[in-house]
Design a binder for this molecule. Structure first.
Ligand code: HEM
Length: 358
């Protein structure tokens, strides 16, 4: 075996067939357009390979530290690839709108929207058909081949990473601590913060009476949100909060992990949550950059797939977020110095002990 055989370069390097060349006159930039998309698809393949394995790890009813460590490194790899994917947009932007127009019409009705691997990544992470924008749902129905649609629907019927995350968080035993009512202590610390914030607003001489009333109402609303999340016996109220799609138990466990990330046992779970936040952020960053690049390339023209072009992409950027619950948790933070101190018996459970105990 030699290098080319091992990498099957014969197939890969002979897989570029510009439509313009078939029509008799090669549009120079079409080669770049094809190769850029192919490079993306190869990286999508690697991302899917990593995500599949992470889903497998999370499906295990017992997620021990070692497996969590493996999941963390694989998600780190996904993140590193995503950074490259965002930068790859720079390469396609070396093409000018006029050079794109040389071959663009030959692509109709093909469109990036039909990237099955891209859709698979969205679905494995946790996007459901019902939560897509109406146009996205419509394209899902009309622009894919029947077998592709079926594959995606089958994938959607399996548990996504978001659902597996929710199950895992729910199982984490950080909500009850025997005698110590942590959540009550947290609410007391938060109330102190709100009272301080309110007095800062009220004593701000730069604000008019209306501005003060507006800010105090906003603060009171945040305070109510705190109460609704922290009151474990009022799940109904919590369920009406549109900011969260995970259940209250899971959200509280995630909050506890974020608050006490420095406790040794919570460090790896914290890193995993941070990985998922980063994946969501980078996927959104790619969508934003792609949408702006499309605007630069097409202005207000429609896409080759028939969507509203840049406007459609802006909407999917906003709508197709997966781990927004984890972002929203930042609304429930208090200053680190005001975190309730955990009783000795609890912090012992959260630590590793390498030195003999007296
Ligand atoms: C000149 C460069 C590009 C232009 C003008 C362009 C344009 C568009 C437009 C207008 C859409 C909306 C659907 C439609 O009406 O066709 C779209 C969707 C999409 N494009 Fe591109 N694109 C370009 C490059 C790329 C590249 C390099 C990729 C990498 C894989 C890509 C991946 C996608 C994906 C995945 C979607 C679906 C996004 C969604 O539904 O949220 N595009 N593109």
């Amino acid at each position: 075996m030699n290098y080319g055989q091992y990498l099957n370069l014969n197939s890969i390097l002979n897989a570029q067939f510009p439509e313009s060349e078939k029509k008799g006159l090669l549009a120079h930039d079409e080669m770049l357009f094809i190769i850029t998309h192919q490079a993306y698809e190869l990286w999508f393949k690697q991302i899917l390979f990593e995500l599949d394995s992470v889903v497998g790890i999370f499906q295990d009813p017992v997620l021990d530290d070692q497996k969590m460590g493996v999941a963390h490194s694989r998600l780190e790899r996904v993140i590193t690839i995503q950074r490259v994917l965002v930068h790859q947009i720079d390469i396609i932007e070396t093409m000018t709108p006029m050079d794109f127009l040389e071959f663009r019409d030959l692509l109709i009705p093909a469109s990036g929207f039909q990237s099955i691997q891209f859709k698979k990544i969205e679905i494995i992470l946790g996007i459901k058909k019902k939560s897509r924008t109406p146009a996205d749902q419509d394209f899902f129905r009309t622009r894919l081949q029947e077998s592709e649609r079926q594959t995606l629907e089958d994938l959607e019927s399996r548990q996504s990473l978001l659902e597996l995350l929710e199950n895992w968080l729910e199982r984490i035993p950080f909500l009850e601590f025997g005698e110590f009512d942590f959540w009550k202590a947290y609410q007391t610390a938060a109330n102190k913060m709100f009272e301080r914030d309110e007095s800062i607003i009220r004593s701000n001489s730069d604000l008019s009476a209306e501005e003060i009333a507006f800010q105090v109402t906003a603060l009171q609303n945040t305070r109510k949100q705190f109460q609704s999340l922290l009151n474990k016996s009022d799940a109904n109220h919590f369920n009406q909060d549109p900011h969260f799609c995970m259940n209250q138990r899971a959200v509280l466990a995630a909050l506890f992990i974020k608050l006490y990330r420095d406790q040794p046992i919570l460090h790896l779970p914290y890193k995993l949550l941070t990985n998922l936040i980063e994946i969501d952020e980078l996927w959104t960053t790619w969508r934003q950059r792609h949408a702006i690049m499309v605007q630069r390339m097409l202005g207000t023209r429609i896409g080759t797939g028939g969507s509203a072009g840049a406007d459609y992409l802006k909407k999917t950027t906003e709508k197709n977020r997966v781990f927004s619950d984890l972002f929203h948790l930042s609304s429930y933070m208090i200053p680190r110095s005001e975190l309730p101190e955990l009783p000795e018996s609890i912090s012992r459970q959260l630590g590793f002990y390498f030195t003999p105990q007296n």
